[in-house]
Design a protein around this ligand. Structure first.
Ligand code: SAM
Length: 301
């Protein structure tokens, strides 16, 4: 019998590891790592990351549509994780890009590597901000009776973090507003995540609906902290900001997400940053800026 050439054996091994992934991705993967390539440029690493993101979306869509079963999707995620780890190990990849890849890995890890963690997340729009939030708002932890409001909760990632890290004082609560209608499994994942720990579940109150339908039911001047991360259409942001301002206590804190995100589409003729700037300009003199970057945080006088 002929000996299998090393290259073919290596290819067969890789194929076995990547079989839940698409042919297209597999071919690209083969090109990147198939020949035991140790040197990878930032441009290549970014292509791997973008392709892996696309694959993750494909797995999620396939799973929601019933084309891929849960174990198949979990295997695919593990393989993506494996590929990302390969890239992160390459010494030639720059620090910031490695950091971005690690965030991508964090998105995958909770479901496949840490089943005991109990969370079901498909996106991570929040962990980048945790350090900043701890530095600025960490002193709220332990205070009793805090009232937080979040507009836009998705699967509860930011909500769970807030509940676990900041709402640790007796009787502190978070109200979450979201229509829960835009993404498959969004609401069931939210319910699962906030109830993953009974301590978190009892602090979170879910209000299903768009902010414009729900905010006017809430008591004026009663909230210590409002996080605006719902609709990204300019006019909606201005309305959310104006309504939320009335709900905020004196010395309350308001945080807007995506202020510095230049990659968002312009909706309703107004981008996120100009919409927030319009609100901030109108309220000038009535708040202090705590920080302004990708997010902006203000404290009401
Ligand atoms: C970026 S996600 C929120 C992410 C979440 N804060 C986190 O960090 O995990 C935006 C959310 O806003 C919700 N949303 C969209 N339009 C909304 C509206 N008019 N009112 C309230 N929520 C809205 C979407 O359903 C989606 O869940």
């Amino acid at each position: 019998m002929n000996a299998i050439p090393d290259d073919t054996r290596q290819m067969a091994r890789i194929r076995q590891r990547t079989q839940a992934l698409s042919e297209e991705y597999y071919s690209a993967y083969q090109g990147w790592f198939g020949r035991g390539q140790q040197v990878i440029s930032d441009a290549d690493a970014r292509r791997v990351l973008e392709a892996a993101r696309g694959e993750l979306r494909r797995l999620q869509e396939g799973q929601s549509a019933g084309r891929i079963d849960a174990p198949g999707a979990a295997t695919g995620r593990l393989q993506l994780l494996d590929i990302a780890e390969n890239v992160v190990r390459c010494e030639t990849v720059s620090g910031p890009l490695k950091q971005e890849i690690r965030h991508f890995m964090v998105d995958i890890i909770p479901e496949v590597m840490l089943p005991g963690s109990g969370y079901r997340y498909t996106q991570d729009w929040f962990s980048y901000h945790e350090g900043m939030w701890l530095a600025h708002f960490g002193s709220l932890a332990g205070r009793p009776g805090l009232r937080f409001l979040e507009i836009g909760s998705y699967e509860g990632r930011s909500a769970c973090w807030i509940a676990e890290q900041l709402l640790t004082g007796e009787g502190s609560i978070l109200v979450c507003i979201d229509p829960f209608s835009g993404y498959p499994d969004q609401e069931s994942n939210f319910d699962h995540n906030v109830n993953a720990s009974p301590d978190t579940g009892r602090k979170i109150l879910k209000l299903r609906g768009r902010s414009c339908e729900v905010l006017h039911f809430l008591p004026a001047g009663e909230f210590d902290f409002i996080y605006i991360d719902g609709s990204h259409a300019g006019l909606d942001i201005m309305q959310d900001a104006a309504r939320a301002w009335g709900l905020l206590k004196q010395h309350g804190i308001m945080v807007f997400d995506d202020y510095g995100n230049t990659k968002l589409p312009v909706l309703s003729g107004l981008a996120v940053k100009p919409a927030i700037d319009a609100f901030l300009g109108r309220m000038d003199g009535q708040y202090d800026v705590l920080f302004k970057g990708f997010q902006v945080a203000i404290c009401k006088h």
